[in-house]
Design a protein. Structure first.
Length: 240
């Protein structure tokens, strides 16, 4: 058998195996839809974590396979929070999952606790701290909000709350009255405004953004609003 015939034999074998595997069920993303991807971001003690927890619980009890990845801040601990590299790295952590999970079928819904839109707000912060110049800030923001991957986020909630109400929630079950770097009225006020401003700037170009102000919402109403809004949007995306 000539070298070319041996090569052809191997190729034919490989193609027969591939033909067995390469079915619509395994390869066609229109045949099996990708998971729905949802991001939550926003100011501290606004109710974001409560909304994520209850939405996750509800969907799982309805039979959905739901993934709730660990927040980037809980994973990226080797980089100090005193540099923009910290928030760049946590955003890269989220981005890698957005890309990976949008090409898989293991889960039905993936709920991110902070992600790509969150990075936009933090780059504003670092420019204000003179750790980034205007062009650096814009470059990083445009990268993470690139439509190559940002369109894969089906919903992105920005959850905010009045600073005084947020502080009351923060201190309600705190073991110490000592204030943290972000858990103080001035910083919370600044962060809430920053997220509100981000929504106003980005909403015209990113339809998946949803702003929820929880200041006057009891927890049950807040959770019901998120559930209603989420189910309405996702149902609207079903291909009929």
């Amino acid at each position: 058998m000539t070298e070319r015939k041996i090569e052809q034999h191997f190729e034919d074998q490989a193609q027969r195996i591939l033909e067995y595997l390469k079915t619509k069920i395994r390869y066609d993303h229109d045949f099996i839809p990708r998971p729905f991807l949802i991001e939550f971001t926003g100011s501290p003690s606004s109710g974001k974590t409560t909304c994520i927890t209850e939405l996750d619980k509800f969907l799982r009890r309805q039979g959905f396979r739901v993934l709730r990845p660990q927040e980037g801040a809980e994973v990226i601990r080797h980089i100090p929070r005193t540099t923009p590299e910290y928030n760049i790295r946590t955003a890269l952590y989220a981005l890698s999952m957005v890309i990976d999970y949008s090409y898989g079928h293991t889960y039905d819904v993936v709920i991110f606790d902070r992600g790509l839109f969150d990075s936009y707000v933090w780059m504003e912060y670092w420019q204000e701290k003179s750790k980034l110049n205007e062009s650096e800030k814009a470059l990083i923001q445009s990268f993470f909000l690139s439509k190559i991957w940002i369109q894969r986020l089906d919903i992105a909630y920005i959850v905010t709350c009045d600073a005084e109400v947020a502080m009351q929630r923060e201190m309600k079950i705190a073991l110490s009255s000592k204030l943290g770097e972000t858990s103080n009225p001035e910083t919370m006020r600044t962060l809430a405004k920053r997220y509100d401003d981000a929504y106003a700037i980005l909403k015209p170009d990113y339809n998946q953004l949803q702003l929820i102000n929880t200041t006057n919402l009891p927890e049950d109403e807040m959770v019901q609003m998120i559930a209603r809004n989420t189910l309405d949007i996702l149902e609207g995306k079903i291909k009929r």
